[in-house]
Design a protein around this ligand. Structure first.
Ligand SMILES: C[C@@](CO)(OP(=O)(O)O)[C@H](O)COP(=O)(O)OP(=O)(O)OC[C@H]1O[C@@H](n2ccc(N)nc2=O)[C@H](O)[C@@H]1O
Ligand SMILES: Nc1ncnc2c1ncn2[C@@H]1O[C@H](COP(=O)(O)OP(=O)(O)O)[C@@H](O)[C@H]1O
Length: 289
């Protein structure tokens, strides 16, 4: 665990996720969609530092532009945990290094929320189980539970029914981030969205993978993403993660991924990262070397 000895800061990663495929298999009565997806983490993401306060205040620095304090998923997660404390309400100072693009399909907000739940549960000594934290996290976003569990997983339901898949290949990924913000709710409410993909079992999912059912609608609404897909496809098969905007290709080595990255036009924002079956948050918090 990275603990700054000077004044008791706990520093933890909040990694990105990729949806290696994303099938939409139906729509529920409440409007949410049933999915089948394969989540893997990246060794790349945001970083959060936490320090317990003597009072019940929460602080966050720096703030994220355009995200009001109480709307920030980090603060929402901390408030949820405060409500579970017995006795005096605990407080914390939180620092955020925001690296992941917002609305990119990399799950940055959900990952920040999960890291906050894990960190403050530890620092405030609440002793909530991962099951309890995952349940609480689901109220903040469909992707929070997989970050709480920290294991690459085949996900069903709205993303909360998780079967760990610890033996996926861990390739290198080139992730390209078109500079558009995709509105998830807009994609899920689009009439042209494929919502009837056949349900598959986990063996089939792992053997043959799948596509991203949101890709067609997203590329129609945001042509920049289609353009980026066409370009990356010239080098290696490319797919979108989540509801976009980011797209990715996998490679056998970091060198190959960087060689392709170097050939992209300068205006493309991209990064290279390794896929990981155990989230870096869990590696630091639970399995320090
Ligand atoms: C589809 C995924 C795959 O990872 O895409 P990304 O957001 O990561 O791109 C996620 O499950 C998204 O999770 P998250 O971003 O937390 O979505 P939420 O805030 O829970 O939902 C935003 C809105 O999308 C719609 N929504 C979301 C998830 C889902 N399974 N069905 C839906 O219909 C709902 O209208 C909801 O109000
Ligand atoms: N800590 C946070 N980091 C990122 N986004 C946040 C955060 N808190 C709230 N949000 C809101 O959540 C939205 C989705 O963010 P994000 O999780 O990055 O997208 P995605 O699910 O597409 O990867 C943002 O547009 C922003 O308004």
């Amino acid at each position: 665990m990275t603990e700054r000895n000077d004044d008791k800061w706990l520093t933890l990663p909040a990694p990105a996720k990729l949806n290696l495929f994303l099938h939409i298999t139906g729509r529920r009565a409440d409007g949410y969609h049933n999915l089948q997806t394969l989540f893997q983490f990246l060794d790349y993401g945001d970083e959060l530092s936490f320090r317990v306060r003597d009072d019940s205040e929460l602080t966050l620095s720096p703030a994220i532009d355009d995200v009001p304090f109480e709307d920030n998923l980090i603060i929402k997660a901390a408030r949820l945990l405060q409500s579970r404390a017995t006795g005096k309400t605990p407080g914390a100072d939180i620092q955020l290094k925001k690296i992941l693009p917002m609305g990119g399909g990399l799950g940055g907000g959900s990952s920040d929320a999960a890291t906050t739940l894990l960190a403050l549960n530890h620092l405030w000594q609440l002793n909530l189980s991962l099951d309890e934290l995952a349940d609480m996290g689901l109220a903040l976003g469909a992707d929070v539970p997989v970050f709480i569990r920290g294991e690459a997983a085949f996900a069903e339901g709205v993303g909360e029914v998780l079967t760990p898949v610890p033996e996926l290949d861990e390739p290198w990924f080139l992730v390209v981030c078109p500079q558009v913000h995709v509105n998830t709710a807009k994609i899920f409410s689009h009439e042209g969205l494929t919502r009837d993909t056949e349900v598959i079992n986990i063996r089939t999912a792992l053997r043959q993978g799948g596509r991203n059912d949101c890709q067609q609608v997203v590329t129609m609404l945001y042509p920049e993403i289609g353009k980026a897909l066409n370009l990356l496809n010239k080098f290696s098969f490319a797919k979108m993660t989540g509801t976009g905007a980011c797209i990715f290709s996998s490679f056998g080595s970091e060198t190959e991924a960087r060689q392709v990255s170097d050939q992209l036009p300068a205006e493309y924002v991209a990064f290279v990262a390794k896929g990981t079956n155990l989230s870096t948050t869990h590696k630091v918090l639970f399995r320090p070397s």
